[in-house]
Design a protein. Structure first.
Length: 636
């Protein structure tokens, strides 16, 4: 019999120490297939956040590093990168940091550079016979970097940086290449659009010689306020892509007579294209498609028959699916469940799948894994809002009778991202200590259609903050959490939500901002190209809408701050420069507010090193303990 110990919420002894959040916990990303072999990128906090290309050898089951020790496989195109490697018939190419060059990987893991040193960045790599297609970002000139699509010879040093085959748009996505290597397709977009606003899909015929470009470009899809993405050529030569022309990101197909809907449903089948090379569907050799979507707050995985419109369950248990790949009659996907961190699995549709790699070899005891619950509420404008709620859970501890748990509200970044229902150690760290957690999918989040995303246009810092506040209060009103002990935490755009909520409401007693935006004017004038016009649509054109920028910038309303503030900031953050956090902290101190700033000199926009991750969450826990009046249990 398990004897439950009564302990104050927040002070429960958790099996997840701060070190457990990083120790032997891998980030699994960019899954690819090459015949019977499966590849993925693996981020390792214990190696200071190094990203390693890893391969599962299908013939033997061996798992090995493809690149040598110290090689960091990352792209920085659009700052967020993506498409940092490609593989075809055993040949592997990668782009690496800090040199940002493209390399061919030898069998022993050594690298041979095929692009020059200098101001070029590459990403969205696609490998063909003898050449690589890549998105190139040129930082060598004055003004904004220039984005183009280029062709690189695998056997040459490409001293000129590659042959340009598409130019003239502000941004270029990862291209798609037809099975015969003769056609390509690419999505482009221009300021002030983001790739989930208005994009254009083009296709062209590739010239034969490696030194030649492309010809006969034609527009496949280009409608105002319609986002298209992720082009793929099917084995029969038809071009597939995702479009939200219907109001939802649904699949389309162009077989030569113009685009047609493959399947229409009020569900999103794609994520926002923050990085190059995302894989939200895969085409099977028999003409069907492996797809994922969201319904009832969780992810689903299925097989779509374009001829009948039937959508059948793929038979892979889980609530979170991404990085979909297919080869022959096999599928590969990254899967998350309510009790297990993401794993890479491979197998046949309808048959058993084999786990190739786990994010963590030693999982969380299911007795401590709180089941996520879909939670919806109505905001002040009468609109439905959604999120993921997790009550506190522990195998051997309970809270005192008559006491309700504190609530920690998580706000995702983006702000065009989403909270998923799969297990996340970052949430379990809190629920196993006696916190309830609400992970908010505020207006503007993905997975609820175009209209839901567009709620944020012109209203960032207003409607999303109302969503967060009303969501927290809905749980207090339902008697599930202590309404006097509400805290809020978020990073980047989520960090802005934290600061904005603390300056516009009295709902939260404490807030933790990870590299959050404090000054919208500074963000509009001092950020990278990809997001340099993002606020045109979220707030308004700058400087024409200067008054709105000032009104919605937390740094101008410090006298209104309610609750204690913890600021956690990377010292080399180029998305949200550290000067914003320093200015915010100085001004709050001058105003007599409860504030603490911790700077991590070697961290950028998102902490990668184990030391920074562990230290930041340790400080955040101690911060809430001080504010809410509990003593955290010592780490195991």
């Amino acid at each position: 019999m398990v004897v439950m110990t009564v302990l104050p919420f927040g002070s429960w002894p958790s099996p997840l120490s701060p070190a457990a959040l990083t120790a032997a916990t891998r980030g699994l990303d960019e899954v690819r297939v090459d015949g019977s072999d499966t590849y993925w990128l693996e981020s390792r906090p214990w190696e200071n956040g190094r990203v390693v290309l890893v391969r599962h050898v299908g013939s033997t089951g061996a798992v090995d590093d493809v690149v040598g020790e110290g090689v960091n496989v990352r792209s920085r195109v659009h700052e967020y990168g993506g498409g940092a490697y490609a593989v075809r018939s055993g040949t592997v190419v990668v782009t690496t940091m800090p040199d940002l060059r493209v390399h061919v990987v030898a069998a022993d893991g050594s690298l041979r550079a095929i692009t020059p040193e200098g101001g070029f960045r590459y990403g969205g790599l696609v490998l063909a016979d003898g050449f690589v297609l890549a998105v190139r970002e040129d930082h060598s000139g004055d003004g904004e970097p220039v984005n183009t699509l280029v062709r690189l010879s695998v056997d040459d040093d490409n001293a000129d940086g590659g042959t340009v085959i598409w130019e003239g748009t502000d941004f270029v996505g990862r291209p798609a290449l037809s099975p015969d290597g003769l056609e390509l397709a690419v999505v482009t977009w221009d300021h002030p659009n983001m790739p989930w606003d208005t994009t254009t899909l083009r296709r062209a015929v590739l010239a034969g010689a490696a030194s030649d470009g492309a010809s006969a470009w034609e527009v496949v899809a280009a409608d105002e306020d319609v986002s298209v993405g992720q082009p793929r050529f099917a084995p029969d030569g038809s071009l597939w892509f995702v479009s939200d022309a219907s109001g939802w990101w649904n699949l389309m197909r162009d077989g030569g007579s113009g685009p047609e809907a493959v399947h229409r449903t009020e569900s999103d089948f794609m994520q926002p294209q923050w990085v190059l090379g995302m894989g939200d569907y895969a085409l099977l050799d028999d003409g069907r498609a492996l797809v994922h979507w969201w319904a009832d707050g969780v992810g689903r995985l299925g097989v779509l028959d374009p001829e009948t419109g039937d959508l059948a369950d793929a038979g892979v248990p889980g609530v979170q699916f991404d990085h979909l790949q297919a080869v022959g009659d096999e599928i590969v996907v990254r899967v998350g469940t309510p009790t297990e961190l993401p794993v890479v699995v491979r197998g046949r549709i309808g048959g058993p799948v084999t786990t190739l790699r786990r994010s963590r070899d030693d999982g969380l005891d299911p007795a401590y894994a709180t089941a996520p619950q879909a939670w919806s509420w109505t905001n002040s404008g009468g609109l439905d809002v959604h999120g993921v709620f997790l009550p506190p859970g522990h195998a051997q501890a309970v809270g005192p009778d008559g006491e309700l748990p504190p609530l920690l509200v998580f706000v995702h970044g983006g702000p065009t991202a989403r909270a998923e229902a799969g297990l996340q150690l970052g949430r379990a760290f809190w629920t196993t200590r006696g916190f309830a957690v609400l992970d908010v999918n505020h207006s503007g989040s993905t997975g609820h259609g175009r209209a839901y995303r567009d709620r944020l246009l012109g209203r960032w810092g207003v409607v999303d903050i109302d969503d967060v506040v009303t969501g927290a209060r809905s749980l207090a009103d339902a008697g599930l959490v202590d309404g006097d002990r509400l805290a809020i935490s978020g990073g980047s755009a989520g960090g802005y939500s934290v600061l904005r909520a603390l300056t516009t409401s009295d709902a939260f007693a404490a807030g933790t901002s990870y590299f959050g935006v404090a000054d919208l004017e500074a963000l509009a004038s001092d950020t990278h190209k990809f997001e340099s016009r993002y606020l045109d649509r979220l707030v308004g054109p700058y400087p024409e809408a200067k008054d709105l920028y000032v009104e919605r910038s937390p740094i101008h309303h410090l006298d209104a701050v309610q609750g204690a503030v913890l600021l956690l900031q990377g010292g080399i953050d180029e998305v949200v420069p550290p000067a914003q956090a320093e200015s915010m902290a100085a001004a709050l101190r001058a105003a007599g507010k409860d504030v603490d700033l911790v700077m991590y000199p070697e961290e950028g926009h998102g902490f990668r090193a184990a030391e920074a991750i562990e230290d930041s969450v340790t400080r955040e826990l101690a911060f809430y303990g001080r504010v809410f009046g509990f003593t955290p249990a010592p780490s195991a």
